[in-house]
Write a protein that binds this ligand. Structure first.
Ligand code: CDP
Ligand code: CDP
Length: 211
């Protein structure tokens, strides 16, 4: 199979990761969850007792990030959600993470998901998808995940956290969350993961057949 880059962007809990993993499996491509990079930087800043909004501290952690930092199992907490969004608004943090993301796809192509893959990281990606779902649906999904993890929270609290993070991601100056001009938009509000995959796979096949 030709090595291609598939860029998947969208707000939190829209189903990007689930879709990206399935496309990577089906098209035999490596997969990178770029949110993990920002989460790992945030985790390290918090571990150092620094403020995630402190540009100097966050940039230092981004520049010295290691692959093993991405394998930690404490990157998906509520505290890290918000801290990740804070460090992600700092332009030098984003710049420090660019090469890693681009190098990842160098040899065999890749599927990457995040907020700025189709706009900034891979503006010439072979296929760009922008995944959305209503805030209520996304809150239900993330709440169900948190409940399954045994986290004590409420649907209202999860919805408020998602809304705050989306707003911050959309309105920041550095690489704001927005669809690339040539992105295919996919609203998964009423699509389960199988149907979302089928729709996305059809778009990828179309792009492959055009060469
Ligand atoms: O899994 P979820 O969609 O909740 O979040 P994530 O993809 O792990 O991303 C966590 C945070 O990292 C986001 O709220 C963004 O602020 C930031 N991020 C980003 O700015 N750019 C990316 N390419 C990926 C994540
Ligand atoms: O990566 P992102 O934060 O955008 O979302 P995710 O972690 O892939 O998906 C959040 C939750 O929604 C997961 O529990 C999925 O099983 C579920 N879901 C989905 O991913 N896609 C759908 N079309 C419907 C539900």
């Amino acid at each position: 199979m030709k090595s291609i880059v598939i860029a998947i962007d969208g707000p939190a809990a829209s189903g990007k990761g689930t879709l990206a993993r399935r496309l990577a499996g089906a098209f035999n491509l490596p997969y990178l969850d770029t949110g993990l990079l920002y989460r790992a930087v945030a985790r390290r800043v918090l571990d150092h007792g620094a403020d995630p909004a402190d540009a100097e501290a966050a940039t230092e952690q981004a520049r010295t990030l290691n692959r093993v930092d991405l394998e930690r199992d404490d990157l998906r907490t509520k505290e890290v959600d918000l801290a990740a969004s804070a460090v992600a608004s700092i332009a030098p943090v984003r710049a420090a993470l660019l090469d890693f993301q681009r190098d990842f796809a160098q040899v065999s192509g890749a599927v990457l998901d995040g907020r700025d893959i189709g706009t900034i990281v891979f503006p010439k990606a072979d296929v760009k998808l922008f995944i959305t779902a209503s805030l209520d649906v996304r809150a239900e999904r993330r709440f169900a995940e948190r409940k399954a993890q045994g986290v004590a929270t409420t649907l209202e609290a999860v919805r408020a956290d998602l809304a705050a993070r989306d707003e911050a991601d959309r309105t920041r100056a550095a690489a704001p969350l927005r669809p690339a001009r040539d992105a295919h938009r996919l609203d998964t509000s009423t699509l389960d993961a199988d149907h979302a995959f089928a729709a996305a796979a059809a778009l990828v096949n179309q792009a492959l057949s055009k060469g």
